[in-house]
Design a protein. Structure first.
Ligand SMILES: *[C@@H]1O[C@H](CO)[C@@H](O)[C@H](O)[C@H]1NC(C)=O
Ligand SMILES: *[C@@H]1O[C@H](CO)[C@@H](O)[C@H](O)[C@H]1NC(C)=O
Length: 412
C-alpha cells in the first residue's frame, strides 16, 4: 500500500540532535498508512484532507491580501470566497492530515510538543491547558513559562464545520536547537474535531512559509530564527520519506549525506508568500502536459493538486483511466498493473525530476479493485500546482530564505 492516511499510527521518535557538520537535525517521525490492513485508499480521509488544503489556500490568500493590500496573484478563482480582514480567520491547516512532524520546545523551562511541518503556511499553533477538546495532546501552560507573554488578543480560527479559538502568546521557541525569541503563536483553547487526538497525532502545527501569508501577522518560527542571525545559512531542508526513520528536517543548511551534490538545482521564489516557484514542465511518457505554471512547494499536502483541466490533461489518453468527482475534487485512477508506465516527470530550474511509481501510485481505489489512484488530483478552484508529498518524497528539498529560492536534488 502506497497511501499514507491522515488517520494513522506512527513509527519513529522525534529527536533534535546536533550533527557533525554543526547543523541541527530534526528527525521527523512519519505516520503509517492505516489503509494497509484494508488494502485500499481511505478515500474519505483523503477527501477531508484535500478539502482542508483548499481551505488553507483560501485563508492564506486572504491573509496575504490583508498584509500587502493587494490580492495574491494566484488567488484567481479563489478570490470570491476569500474571507475579509478582521474576521479573525486563521488558516485552516490540513485538519486530519498529520503528514510529517517533529518536536519543538516552548518556553522557560521548556515544554515539548510535536508539530506538523507545513511549508504551505506560516503560523504556529499549539493546544493550551485551557483546551477542553485537547485530551491526548500535550498542552501549553503559559503560567509555567517565565518567558510567556499574553498578547491579549483572542483569535478565532474557523474552518469547515468547526471553530478553534485561542489566545495569542509570545514565548521562546526552540527548533532544532535554535531559538526563536518572543515568537508569536496561537495557544488554542478549543480544537475542532479534526485536530482532536488521535485523529491528529501531533499536538500542533508549525508553518514555514513567509510572513506575508500569516494570519497572526507574525513571522514564522524559522523567519524569527533566521532574522536573528544565528544560522550558518538561512536555509532549511527536508527529506520526506514513508520509510520509518528516514525523514528529516535540517535547520541551517543541507545534509549533504542525503542528496547527490551535482544534481542540486535552484529555482527562484516568484512571489514571497508561499514557497512559490515556476513549474517549468510536467511530462509523462516524454510528452509535455503542462508548462510554465505557478506552483507551491507544500510539505503539508499529501498529493499533487492542480486545476481540474490540468489534471484531466495529465490522465488523457491513458488506457483504462477514469475519474470521479467528489465536490470540488476530481480523482483519477489507472489500472494497477500499468500505472507504473504513467508516472510524471517535473522540471524545475532546468532539471527534470522523476516521480516514482511507489509515490505516484496511492493504491487500489477500493478493496480488491484493480484500479489504482494516481497521485495527481484536480481541484475546481485552483489554477496553479500544489506540489505535495507525492513529488517531494522523490527529492531532497532545500528552502533557501536568504536567496529566496527553492532547490531540488536527487536523493543519495
Ligand atoms: C512526539 O512523537 C513521538 C513519536 O510518536 C513520541 O515518541 C514523542 O514522545 C512525542 N513527543 C512529545 C513531546 O509528545
Ligand atoms: C510581501 O509582499 C509584498 C507584495 O508582493 C512584497 O513587496 C513584500 O516584499 C513582501 N514582504 C515580505 C516581508 O516578504
Amino acid at each position: 500500500m502506497k497511501f499514507w492516511s491522515p488517520f494513522a499510527s506512527l513509527l519513529a521518535i522525534a529527536a533534535a540532535a546536533p550533527n557533525s557538520r554543526g547543523g541541527n537535525i530534526i528527525r521527523l517521525p512519519l505516520n503509517r498508512k492505516s489503509t494497509e490492513v484494508a488494502g485500499h485508499v481511505d478515500m474519505s480521509a483523503l477527501n477531508t484532507h484535500l478539502i482542508g488544503v483548499s481551505n488553507k489556500y483560501r485563508q492564506t490568500f486572504s491573509a496575504f491580501e490583508a498584509k500587502t493590500g493587494s490580492a495574491h496573484p494566484l488567488s484567481g478563482k479563489m478570490r470570491s470566497s476569500v474571507g475579509k480582514r478582521g474576521d479573525g480567520v486563521v488558516p485552516l491547516i490540513n485538519q486530519g492530515a498529520e503528514l510529517w512532524y517533529g518536536e519543538i520546545d516552548v518556553g522557560t523551562p521548556k515544554q515539548t510538543f510535536n508539530v506538523s511541518i507545513d511549508s504551505g503556511s506560516t503560523d504556529l499553533f499549539l493546544p493550551s491547558v485551557s483546551c477542553l477538546d485537547c485530551a491526548g495532546h500535550k498542552m501549553y501552560d503559559a503560567a509555567l513559562s517565565s518567558t510567556a507573554k499574553d498578547e491579549l488578543k483572542i483569535t478565532m480560527l474557523s474552518y469547515g464545520a468547526g471553530k478553534v479559538e485561542g489566545n495569542e502568546y509570545s514565548d521562546d521557541i526552540y527548533l532544532g536547537g535554535y531559538e526563536a525569541s518572543n515568537q508569536i503563536f496561537l495557544a488554542a483553547s478549543s480544537y475542532s474535531s479534526n485536530f482532536v487526538y488521535p485523529t491528529f497525532r501531533p499536538d500542533g502545527l508549525v508553518g514555514f512559509a513567509f510572513e506575508n501569508i500569516s494570519s497572526l501577522e507574525a513571522k514564522s518560527v524559522f523567519e524569527t530564527i533566521s532574522d536573528s542571525g544565528v544560522l550558518p545559512e538561512n536555509v532549511f531542508s527536508v527529506k520526506l520519506s514513508s520509510t520509518s526513520g528516514e525523514s528529516e528536517l535540517y535547520i541551517g543548511g543541507m545534509n549533504s549525506d542525503l542528496y547527490v551534490e551535482d544534481t542540486l538545482t535552484y529555482t527562484a521564489v516568484t512571489e514571497k508568500g508561499y514557497w512559490q516557484v515556476n513549474l517549468e514542465a510536467v511530462s509523462r511518457d516524454g510528452s509535455t502536459v503542462a508548462s510554465n505554471s505557478p506552483s507551491i512547494i507544500d510539505t503539508g499536502t499529501t498529493m499533487i493538486v492542480t486545476a481540474t483541466d490540468a489534471a484531466e490533461a495529465y490522465y488523457q489518453g491513458i488506457p483504462g483511466s477514469s475519474s470521479s468527482t467528489q465536490g470540488e475534487i476530481t480523482y483519477y485512477t489507472i489500472p494497477c498493473n500499468t500505472i507504473g508506465s504513467y508516472t510524471p516527470t517535473f522540471s524545475f530550474g532546468g532539471r527534470t525530476f522523476d516521480v516514482s511509481e511507489a509515490t505516484f501510485n496511492l493504491g487500489p481505489e477500493s478493496a480488491g479493485s484493480s484500479d489504482c489512484l494516481g497521485g495527481i488530483a484536480g481541484m475546481s478552484d485552483v489554477d496553479f500546482w500544489v506540489v505535495g508529498g507525492v513529488f517531494l518524497q522523490n527529492v531532497y528539498t532545500v528552502f533557501n530564505q536568504g536567496n529566496i529560492q527553492v532547490g531540488f536534488a536527487e536523493l543519495a
